[in-house]
Write a protein that binds this ligand. Structure first.
Ligand code: MN
Length: 151
């Protein structure tokens, strides 16, 4: 996935939890080549039984192929949705990173914000981030304001 690619919105998936699972599954597959229930459970600090239930649900939605002892892969649609979710996460992260917010706060905020932002609003952020990244002077002025230094 290219770092600067713009997210294009797929059909929305069911729930916030589903989005979080798809995000983790996709990252695990990229990182390790596979996604195991135990790893997903660890990353989301949730029980393995809950993960198994959700993975079955994602399977029923046609997003994940799941075979009990062989692990899981994303279907093509699962892949598309996961890519959107990850690009959206990355874009919101890039936006907040411009202003020197610490990584933990950025991560926590993005994990919350990402589920509530519509396609049109995300496109605004996309354009805005691109412009801000080309305008360090503007970013500097904003950061100065954040410090309470209005001179
Ligand atoms: Mn995320």
């Amino acid at each position: 996935m290219s770092k600067k690619s713009s997210p294009s919105e797929p059909t929305r998936v069911g729930s916030i939890a589903m989005e979080d699972y798809l995000e983790q599954i996709s990252e695990l597959i990229e990182l390790k080549g596979y996604a195991r229930v135990i790893d997903i459970a660890e990353r989301l600090t949730i029980s393995q039984a809950s993960v198994t239930n959700m993975v079955k649900k994602l399977g029923a939605e046609g997003l994940v192929n799941y075979e009990r002892y062989r692990g899981m892969t994303l279907t093509q649609r699962g892949e598309e949705v996961a890519t959107y979710i990850r690009q959206r996460h990355e874009l919101l992260t890039r936006f907040l990173e411009l202003f020197g917010i610490d990584d933990t706060t950025i991560y926590d905020d993005v994990e919350g914000m990402e589920h509530h932002i519509s396609g049109p609003t995300l496109r605004v952020f996309d354009a805005l981030v691109a412009e801000l990244e080309k305008s360090p002077e503007m970013v500097k002025r904003v950061k100065k304001k954040l410090k309470g230094d209005h001179n």
